[in-house]
Ligand binder design. Structure first.
Ligand code: GDP
Length: 193
């Protein structure tokens, strides 16, 4: 597993704090509670990798993880915690947007959605941001273990129809491991691993 060497590098609150080099990065995005941390932990085979992103004070930051070759996995702040005031949500959206628009290192975006609740407004916004900068997008419909196979396929088709040719999409489960190899191959391919 080429992603297993991931180690926490740095948390950034603004672009000046992003690592200043040319190394490639794959970013991970999703609404809060979609299952992004669990997906990151499963892909890297580390139980607690993404826990750092959930510690108080870091949930609104961009967290960078480094692989042995220097390539990075980037955990974008989860969007939509219900109890957060609108001004803070606005700040998150701006930070994510500034990352996507200015980050030459970005070679691909993994967008994570709960298979039962895909394509909410934040998801649409992320896909539009990525499209605007010509960034490849691969969607993980996670928590697939919560649905029967037939329903999984139906949800996948709904998303497929909504995104057209602009992204690829697969079923995933951090719980059962479904789709792990496929997702890892996409990330590794983007990073040249
Ligand atoms: P994040 O906020 O997007 O990082 O979401 P988490 O990874 O913390 O997951 C949110 C909740 O969904 C937690 O209770 C997880 O245990 C659960 N969860 C995450 N992924 C899966 C999955 O693939 N299957 C199931 N059944 N539950 C999951």
């Amino acid at each position: 597993n080429p992603l297993k060497s991931a180690e926490f590098l740095i948390s950034a609150a603004r672009p000046a704090q992003f690592p200043a080099d040319e190394l490639p990065e794959v970013a991970f995005a999703g609404r809060s509670n979609a299952g992004k941390s669990s997906a990151l932990n499963r892909l890297t085979e580390q139980k607690n990798l993404a826990r750092i992103s959930k510690t108080p004070g870091r949930t609104q930051l961009i967290n960078f993880f480094q692989l042995t070759g220097g390539q990075r996995l980037v955990d974008l702040p989860g969007y939509g915690y219900a109890k957060v005031p609108p001004a803070v949500k606005e700040k998150w959206a701006r930070l994510i947007e500034s990352y996507l628009q200015k980050r030459g290192n970005l070679v691909g975006l993994i967008h994570i959605m709960d298979v039962r609740h895909p394509m909410k407004p934040f998801d649409e916004q992320m896909l539009e941001f990525a499209n605007a900068i010509d960034c490849p997008v691969h969607i993980l419909l996670t928590k697939a273990d919560k649905l029967k196979r037939g329903q999984q396929a139906k949800q996948r088709q709904i998303v497929r129809n909504a995104i057209g040719e602009s992204a690829s999409v697969q079923l995933f489960s951090a719980e059962s491991g479904q789709g792990t190899e496929e997702a890892r191959a996409v990330v590794a391919g983007w990073l040249g691993l």
